[in-house]
Design a protein around this ligand. Structure first.
Ligand code: ARG
Length: 295
């Protein structure tokens, strides 16, 4: 096939997806290596901006990457751990909130640079994320919150005005104290609350593996039922387990498809969303077939 035709084929493969996801909400959990490496960062932002410009409604939910730890040690604080979890005392929470705010604005800057209007906010804004204090095996780990309620109105308002919302996982409890939230949990809760068409996690692994030790055992499509079986049989590694549980939770609560993608691959979002085969793991609801037969 001549190369012009080949290029055209790549573009036309995207057509059914552009049609299908037009005006649909796609929540992207942005974290891991893709946040640290400048090249990758640019590629993620280009992808999300492109999704916006072809008519989807992306929402970014981001973590702080390694930036929070970096700033904690920069100000000379000793990180404290309980059960392997960092304790978020008042000072740590203050730094986390500052760093997350700064990360959000740096993403806004990149998106604006590509000609799309973006707004960064935290779960405090507009009462977006309400939390209660979370304990780890009964131990107090400080200002770490579990989401109890989501009010997505602020996101709808921003989307309606054509802004790209960029959310950091900080929320308030019933007494209006500030808490840090796990970014995966925040992305999942937001995707559920807005009935997102898609939720995509950018991670540091190719996707879900059939054998946790074998990088070549990537599962391209996984139905929730099979995902539950893999978990029950102990076939899901420690880091993937909470993610996969989040994926199942999202699918069971109205999100059509969840994607676990390798954020270390440049343009993983475009490769997943605009091709038939994708590059990561797509998790589908019961009885759902692939949309297209790949022809
Ligand atoms: N890992 C996979 N098998 N992905 C398939 C993706 C299909 C389609 N592009 C979608 O976004 O839904």
């Amino acid at each position: 096939m001549n190369t012009y035709l080949e290029k055209a084929k790549v573009l036309i493969e995207a057509l059914p997806y552009i049609q299908r996801f037009n005006r649909k909400i796609i929540v992207v959990k942005y974290g891991g290596s893709a946040m640290v490496d400048e090249e990758l960062k640019r590629s993620v932002i280009q992808d999300v901006t492109l999704l916006k410009l072809v008519g989807f409604k992306p929402i970014i939910v981001h973590g702080g990457g390694k930036e929070i730890s970096r700033w904690v040690s920069k100000v000379g604080m000793e990180p404290k751990f309980i059960n392997g979890l960092r304790v978020t005392d008042k000072e740590t929470m203050e730094i986390a909130e500052m760093v997350l705010g700064k990360v959000g604005k740096s993403l806004v800057q990149l998106v604006e640079g590509l000609g799309v209007k973006a707004v960064s906010l935290s779960g405090k804004d507009g009462g977006l994320l309400k939390v209660e204090k979370k304990y780890s095996k009964g131990e107090d780990i400080g200002f770490v919150g579990e989401i109890t309620d989501v009010d997505p109105q602020i996101l709808y308002d921003l989307l309606e005005k054509d802004f790209l919302p960029i959310v950091c996982p900080v929320g308030l409890d019933k007494d209006f104290n500030t808490y840090n939230i796990n970014a995966d949990d925040a992305a999942c809760a937001i995707a559920r609350a807005v009935n997102a068409e898609k939720l995509a996690f950018l991670t540091d692994i190719e996707g879900v593996r059939r054998d946790p030790e074998d990088p070549k055992s990537l599962i391209s499509e996984l139905h929730v039922k099979e995902a539950r079986e893999l978990i029950a049989n102990g076939n899901i590694g420690g880091g993937m387990l909470p993610k996969l549980n989040n994926c199942i939770d999202a699918i069971e609560n109205g999100v059509s498809r969840v994607h676990i993608l390798d954020g270390r691959i440049a343009h993983c979002l475009l490769l997943e969303i605009f091709t038939n085969k994708g590059i990561g793991t797509a998790i589908l609801g019961e009885g759902e077939e692939n949309y297209y037969d790949g022809k």
